[in-house]
Design a protein around this ligand. Structure first.
Ligand code: GAR
Length: 220
């Protein structure tokens, strides 16, 4: 592996997580380089963000492919040609095939806007509100064959407030996504993730904060 971890970032939409990764590389010394950004959606705003930073982009429109295998074959080709070490799913709304998982085994990570294993899938902020949970958050995990079931690397918790809508909760969660995704990439780049079964132990943790959170806050 070179001095920098070579990333392939897959997007479908706004790309605010992509932007956060770019910012951490440019301003925070994240030891990574984005080799390529790939979108399945030609109109994704994330493509504009990438181009603004002179990052190579590719569009593979899933509507041009009659099946997932063909779509993923092209995706694998583009990522391999770009020399990608780690595939970073950043709001990429496609399910990947087993062939793709095999091509990048243990080298695909995803961010999900809920505290897994609660609320996998889509529309999860609304589901958290509807269920009445007092906390939600976000999770970075390795991708396995299930939907949002892979080993967890890092999570952040945010309170769910009584007047939250899916949009206000999503915005509060996104703020934390923008912190934990670059952190997870740093762990990977620095070789700090030790696999123990499905437990991902992080070594050389800088600060240890084991404080409990309460929402609503305790009366005192
Ligand atoms: C983020 O909230 C991300 O966690 C979510 O899509 C949003 C993308 O935002 N991903 C998923 O729901 C994957 N199942 P962004 O395009 O601004 O980074």
């Amino acid at each position: 592996m070179s001095e920098f971890l070579k990333l392939g970032v897959l997007i479908s939409g706004s790309g605010s997580n992509l932007q956060s990764i770019i910012n951490h590389i440019e301003q925070e010394g994240l030891p990574a380089r984005i080799q390529i950004v790939v979108s399945n959606n030609p109109d994704a705003y994330g493509l504009t963000r990438a181009r603004n930073h002179h990052i190579a982009c590719a569009v593979i429109n899933h509507q041009d492919y009659s099946n997932r295998e063909d779509f993923d074959r092209e995706l694998i080709r583009i990522l391999k040609d770009a020399g990608v070490d780690l595939v970073v799913l950043a709001g990429f709304m496609r399910i990947l095939t087993k062939s793709f998982l095999r091509a990048f085994e243990n080298r695909i990570i995803n961010i999900h806007p809920a505290l897994l294993p609660a609320f996998p899938g889509t529309h999860v902020q609304q589901k958290a509100i509807d269920y009445g949970v007092k906390f939600s958050g976000c999770t970075v995990h390795f991708v396995d064959e299930g939907v949002d079931t892979g080993p967890i690397i890092i999570q952040a918790i945010v309170p769910v407030l009584s007047d939250d809508t899916a949009d206000t909760l999503a915005a509060r969660i996104l703020i934390e996504e923008h912190k934990i995704y670059p952190q997870a990439i740093r762990y990977f780049a620095e070789g700090r993730i030790m696999k123990k079964g499905r437990h991902m132990e992080i070594i050389n943790i800088k600060n240890c904060d084991a404080a409990a959170l309460h929402n609503p806050p305790l009366d005192r």
